[in-house]
Ligand binder design. Sequence first.
Ligand code: UGA
Length: 437
Amino acid sequence: MRISVIGCGYLGAVHAACMAKLGHEVVGIDVDERKIADLSAARAPFFEPGLEDLLREVQATGRLSFTTDMAAAVGNSVHFICVGTPQKKGENAADMTYVDAATAGLLPHLSPGDVVVGKSTVPVGTAARLAAIVKDAQPEAHLLWNPEFLREGHAVSDTLQPDRLVYGVTGGSEDHDAVQILDRVYATPLEAGVPRLVADLPTAELVKTAANSFLATKISFINAMAELCDAAGADVTVLADAIGLDDRIGRKFLNAGIGFGGGCLPKDIRAFMARAGELGADQALTFLREVDAINMRRRIRVVELTRELCGGSLLGQRVTVLGAAFKPESDDVRDSPALSIAAQLQLQGAVVTVTDPQALQNAARRFPELHYEESTDAAIHRADVLLLLTEWQEYRDLDPYETAAMVASPKVLDGRNVLEHHKWRAAGWTYRGLGRP
Ligand code: UGA
């Protein structure tokens, strides 16, 4: 099939490459010339494992190209909208500027029978509004909503082998003409047995925000348990293992620590609350306010614990922060809890050095006032306290004996509860986890 992918960020760049991998002829379109230049040269404009290899592989087939020219969508039959919906400045609601602009830009290029497929995470009601705009411009074109569930760091495999495919169509019927078209797009995963659900437009939009809200709630639940474990002298990691063995609960997303960040969960739960308010259903989501509050309290807790570890004052203490990305295998620092903790410690008088295997450039753009060090060894050298805040494998693998010889004082705060605390204590470290005695 001939496909356009509008928006080539974390979602769109991966989607475009994966659609070409599935055998389609794809053009990726974005307003950012630098991004398009990178992608055209098969360079990933951000760190995502496997993406660059995939770009090289599919570009060699001639099936994938990139441009800033929306007119390149002409002649394609399926147009995916993959632009961002960030949080509005000073408000909880989502900023719909990019989705609206992408749709408006596409309208003059639509032909009868074309399908516009929204993938961006949007407030419920957006798809119906855009479907009407599409129909106005091209009465024989359709708009579908096909939410995306990929995780950064696993984006390529999540796109090629998703857990499920959800199609939102006007009326929610399997017989809708556009359902067969999307089935042809996803023929390979469907043949491999990936479940596919057809829903009406608002349900499809809600599936996405509900899924992210559930994940955020699960993380905040275990972080609330960590607060209790701290108060009661219990161990939240053992608690998570024990409740996680109940398969109704499950062990995934029960890792207590410094909380969730990134470009999705934090802004999605806030946009969901804002939208529920507009719909007069705000009471249904007041619990998400608590989920958000528990999450933000983690950052304050880490600052307080660091102060304790430093003997009561942060002034002049050399604090080394291991990890700046919001999670490992990503260079994304949007709402990164690690960076926000680093900045807070610095504001409170600590001398903070941040290191990360991939995210330093992005981190320095966001917080230029922090000191960054590429080499882990150099960052650790003469530290008064180490904070492990993003659980990259290389930090999990640090040898406590070798590391002890490099620091000024062997004190470590394990913000992700991933270090073997017995081993670190045996090597002479003062070890603090979160929700662990
Ligand atoms: C999330 C969802 O997991 C995806 O399904 C969704 O498609 C995506 O948002 C999106 O809306 O685009 P992502 O933001 O890549 O994916 O990151 P997650 O893997 O969900 O992690 C989010 C945050 O939660 C990270 O900061 C991570 O460190 C934290 N986390 C995760 C925990 O603190 N504890 C856990 O047990 C799991």
